[in-house]
Design a protein around this ligand. Structure first.
Ligand SMILES: Nc1ncnc2c1ncn2[C@@H]1O[C@H](COP(=O)(O)OP(=O)(O)OP(=O)(O)O)[C@@H](O)[C@H]1O
Length: 795
């Protein structure tokens, strides 16, 4: 159905503004959209595959007839209007175009656009090779236990001596290879578990490997228990505890972030940094990055004012930490690095003991980790590293793909095995992912090959904005679940937590069980958002003391002023807002500004939330605050973006009170979600970073637009001539795509943050078939200059 009543008005979907589709959808959930004949509630459907429509759950013949007649009449009128418009425009007038639901391929925001399949997919060549000739008895035994290994996987398993680089494409079974290789060395080659060390990237991966190895024939638990397997931190910490137990006592570990934050906040006060306004969490990440690069505060060369401040915090943090004999996770690696560097005998003993070193996820290794691994394996050089340069996505933590790319240069004797058979995804998904990643220059050229093909190429779909995107995904998922899929078959992947605000909210209101796997606070707790909300809250309650405290920084006042405002409100018997002009000791321009504020707060009350936010930005000085923050903050997160995101949410609400109630509800829900125990059968909503190493039958990727994925900060770096962040974004897209087994949906919203968006360059790359590539030469070996990629951001 295309017609319905809403708020006593007749709605004809093809001619209503696209911007209000989402509002209609939400009104339909509240049963406010009704049939034009029987007035029973209609559900609006906003889905990926079909143009929007109203659905009548129990239509009568009369309902259908009345609806059809009216639809025909509306279409007729609309056609006439069209003709008139054409005549007028040919006569020199320019009138807006009729808004109809078509399958047009033009990026016209008002028009529903049919989803597109990825077409640039080469014909599928069945790749599965028959095993011929003699099969090694161990490999045969594994097969009897249901563990199959392809030719290259087996080659990697058997290569036990000397430096070995296993270049393992996404879904190519690197976990299988690492576990089998270890099992093979222990059972077939009779190596002692005590001479082996296997480093994984996460504790979860270590646990999984151990569990898998228990299933291997002939591998006893006793042997497995003697094997040193774990993360860098767990293994190296054990060593430190063994040699210097007092210094490294667990009670001295700064385990939680807030403990570290408290220390740098204390240091921040010494240089007058505002506790509420300075990005202390970012400062900690930066400090950690320097530590992992073996840079002490004295060696850091600050690039800007922000870094200068963080260097100060770093220096003081180290002093405070040492005074308390405390240490953090980074210190564990640095501690062992120092210990081995200053104790030659000890280093030799370890080198003597560990004859075989294996490292998983080598693409994500950082400087201090590389140094330690190099030291430990230096005697035998029996170093096996497994990784995929195309999945290196942790630069912000200090990892650097150049370690895997330079491995052969570092160890000229390296044997290399490439695992290019993908056992996870269909040919259509694998080829599309190849189309994207092959554009990166700084990589080993290689092409993943799938084992199966399907008739379902990845689908690009075009929601209007973030809200519609979320609705379309939930609708699509519901349909698939009704058709037999399990909630746990699905994952929705996003670049940053903030880009998932609408999605999380839509899931909260849906019946689909889901789990959120994301770091950080709720969107509504973000600094800039909290401040705007403080304005809104004080607009309807001028005595809201929490809001006043949140607001102070945005008025360029110090937190100490808070008490002064409260005192002034008592002595002058007025609200906090009315007390603002009584603050003493300010510069004349500040006093003048504060004098105008109470009246402006009063004006806020009657405004719609979206208009109120614009008023706060333009008339109440918020734009200046954001501008100042922008020049002091970090490059990843900008307050102005958060405000634009908030406006997208605000559009769906008609009063400030209603909007604030909704936000309070969602903030509580968000906290519950973060603390909830895991359901076994639930859809997963997570950042791409969190999805690494995981696989799902159906995957949706959010916001494939310039600025979303790739992230704005990478585009800015690229414009300034630095390709590295953009290449990392491309790897993120690749990681996201290769999580999908059967279906992959990529969302390309037409609007983002209230502005017209441009489809991501990665989406354009998907549509261009990658040339066949020769295997495993790095850009250096191919003598390619690391030029800038000539890739325009426009459609
Ligand atoms: N030789 C094989 N035959 C059949 N299936 C295999 C084979 N090797 C691995 N697999 C399966 O392929 C899937 C991907 O394997 P795995 O998770 O080990 O990949 P990965 O290399 O770690 O992937 P990624 O790096 O993308 O996370 C798993 O479901 C695994 O059981």
């Amino acid at each position: 159905m295309q017609v319905a009543y809403h708020q006593e008005k007749l709605i004809f979907l093809p001619s209503c503004e696209r911007e209000i589709w989402q509002q209609l959808y939400m009104a339909s959930i509240r049963q406010e959209v009704t049939c034009i004949h029987c007035h029973s509630p209609l559900r609006m459907e906003l889905s990926i595959l079909q143009p929007p429509s109203f659905i009548h759950l129990h239509p009568t013949k009369e309902c259908m007839n009345a609806t059809m007649m009216l639809e025909n009449k509306m279409k007729e009128t609309s056609k006439k209007e069209d003709q008139r418009t054409e005549e007028q425009s040919s006569a020199g007038f320019q009138l807006p175009k009729r808004r109809s639901i078509t399958t047009s391929s033009i990026d016209e925001p008002e028009i529903w656009k049919k989803p597109e399949e990825v077409r640039a997919i080469p014909p599928f060549e069945n790749n599965s090779k028959q095993m011929t000739g003699d099969i090694h008895s161990y490999r045969r035994m594994l097969m009897e236990h249901g563990i199959f290994l392809d030719h290259n996987q087996w080659k990697a398993v058997q290569t036990t001596e000397g430096p070995l680089l296993i270049l393992a494409g996404a879904g190519s079974g690197k976990t299988r290879v690492l576990t089998t290789r270890t099992a093979y060395m222990l059972t077939e080659q009779n190596y002692s578990p005590k001479e082996m060390i296997l480093v994984t990237f996460t504790a979860k991966a270590a646990k999984e490997m151990k569990e898998r190895m228990r299933l291997y024939p002939g591998l006893e638990s006793r042997t497995l228990n003697q094997l040193m397997i774990g993360t860098f931190h767990s293994i190296f910490y054990k060593m430190l505890m063994h040699h210097e137990p007092e210094k490294w006592a667990p009670t001295n570990l700064l385990k939680q972030d807030w403990l570290r934050q408290a220390m740098i906040k204390e240091a921040g006060r010494e240089i007058d940094l505002d506790e509420k306004d300075f990005a202390f969490d970012q400062a900690l990440t930066q400090i950690s990055w320097w530590k992992n690069h073996l840079l002490s505060p004295e060696h850091v060369k600050a690039k800007d004012v922000w870094e200068e401040r963080v260097v100060y915090l770093y220096k003081r943090y180290e002093q405070m930490r040492l005074a308390k004999n405390a240490f953090d996770f980074d210190d564990m690696l640095l501690g062992l690095y120092d210990l081995l560097n200053h104790n030659d005998l000890l280093l030799k003993r370890y080198q003597q003991r560990f004859s075989y070193v294996s490292v998983d996820e080598y693409q994500d290794i950082n400087k201090v980790q590389v140094e330690l691994i190099t030291m430990l394996s230096d005697r035998t050089k029996n170093l096996c590293v497994v990784g995929d340069d195309d999945q290196s996505i942790y630069a912000f933590r200090g990892s650097d793909p150049s370690y895997i790319l330079n491995f052969k240069e570092h160890y000229p004797q390296t044997k290399m095995v490439v695992l290019a058979e993908n056992y996870r995804s269909t040919h259509e998904i694998v080829s599309s992912a190849n189309n994207v990643i092959h554009i990166n220059r700084d990589r080993y050229s290689k092409q993943l090959l799938a084992q199966t093909s399907s008739n379902h190429p990845p689908l690009l779909f075009y929601p209007y904005d973030e809200e519609e995107e979320a609705t379309m995904i939930v609708t699509d998922m519901k349909k698939k679940i009704e058709a037999g899929a399990q909630p746990s078959d699905f994952a929705v992947l996003f670049r940053t937590n903030t880009s998932a605000r609408a999605l999380i909210e839509r899931f909260v209101s849906s019946s689909i069980p889901f789990q959120l796997d994301a770091d950080g606070e709720s969107f509504y707790r973000r600094k800039a958002v909290r401040k705007i909300l403080a304005f809104l809250r004080l607009g309807i309650n001028p005595d809201d003391s929490q809001a006043l405290s949140d607001l102070i920084g945005a008025l360029f006042l110090k937190q100490q002023t808070l008490q002064e405002v409260k005192a002034a409100s008592i002595t002058n018997d007025c609200s906090y807002v009315d007390a603002l002009p009584f603050i003493q000791g300010l510069k004349p321009f500040q006093t003048k500004k504060l004098e105008t504020l109470p009246a402006k707060f009063k004006q806020l009350k009657s405004k719609k939330p979206i208009d109120a936010i614009t008023f706060i930005e333009q008339e109440m000085g918020f734009n200046e605050y954001v501008k100042k923050q922008g020049s002091e903050g970090n490059k990843m997160e900008r307050g102005s973006d958060d405000v634009r995101d908030l406006k997208v949410a605000a559009k769906l609400h008609s009063t400030i009170g209603e909007f604030l109630d909704y936000i309070d509800h969602m903030t509580i829900k968000y906290e519950e979600l973060r603390n909830q125990k895991s359901y076994s059968d639930s859809a997963q909503l997570m950042t791409i970073h969190r999805a690494k190493g995981l696989e799902y039958k159906h995957v949706y990727i959010l916001s494939a637009v310039e600025g979303g994925l790739p992230h704005d900060y990478a585009l800015e770096a690229w414009r300034e001539g630095d390709d590295k962040p953009l290449e990392e974004e491309r790897r993120l897209m690749y990681v996201a795509m290769t999580r999908a087994e059967k279906s992959l949906h990529i969302s390309v919203p037409i609007m983002r943050r209230g502005k017209k968006a441009f489809r991501s360059r990665f989406v354009r790359e998907i549509q261009r078939m990658a040339p066949k590539q020769s295997f495993a030469t790095s850009s250096r070996e191919r003598n390619l200059p690391n030029e800038r990629i000539n890739n325009d951001s426009r459609n």
